[in-house]
Design a binder for this molecule. Sequence first.
Ligand code: FE2
Length: 295
Amino acid sequence: MIRVRKIAHASYETPDLDQQTEYYTNILGLTLTAKDKDAVYLANTVDHHSVVLRKGAQAQCARVGFQIAPDADLNEFEKQTQAQGVKTSRKKDPEPSISDMLCFKDPKGTDIEVFKRDDFYHQKYQSKGVVPHKLGHVAFHCEDVKKVSKFYVDVLGFRESDWMADFFVFLRCGPDHHTINLMGTGSNRHFHTAFEVRNWGHLQEACDFLSLNGYRTLWGPGRHGIGHNLFAYHRSPNGMITELFTELDQMQDEELGYFAPRPWHRDNPQRPKIWEKDPNASNLWGPGPPEEMMK
Ligand SMILES: [Fe+2]
């Protein structure tokens, strides 16, 4: 099958476009690459955009974009998607740097956008704000976690990295332990969006920078059990949760089937598995997520 290779962008609707744009540029430190009458495009570096903001009545993650390989055939990918019983449509030149996009909905109602990137944008990383390496993953609450997880595996070619009991799944489409996570909580909505920072020092600087600008951490810093990434969560101005992370487990070789060994692993080798619902699964260092995280 043709599999998606990476997360390309996440598109949000937000009531106050200017306020959220200010957060993404001056606080998170993404580069504003384009602005048209209804959308703001923000980038990390090689891609034209990693985040798209549009005005909407309520804050939500409406779409997630994924790239297929440069030599993969989007027509074939469309046929393969339709063969799974998924209704698809095509958009020509929908966004800057994307000439041909395949669109469909996942079972929880999020628009999925699959494409090949036409060109790189060569912009430099910004020198203000947190300046993460990249958009890492998007996590969602969902009604039917098994069904949505199966869709990402069967339609998009994701692999299951870990489950927490039977209600929280972490899915990968590349070496990163997770690119999409789905938590069965009875409703379909955004949970958090995560950006990768350089290292522990960068995470510390980011927490200080956030604090100086009035953003308090919601949970962390800590080290997750599942994925083993260092993490710190905060809320962006529109209420949506952002995670900054580093040292996420890497499946460097799918054939070998285990994550690159690290001193903080309890399993050697660390393979994809079902974790018990244990405090260590969410935070190896200390407290679990506060109630506030689930709002
Ligand atoms: Fe996360």
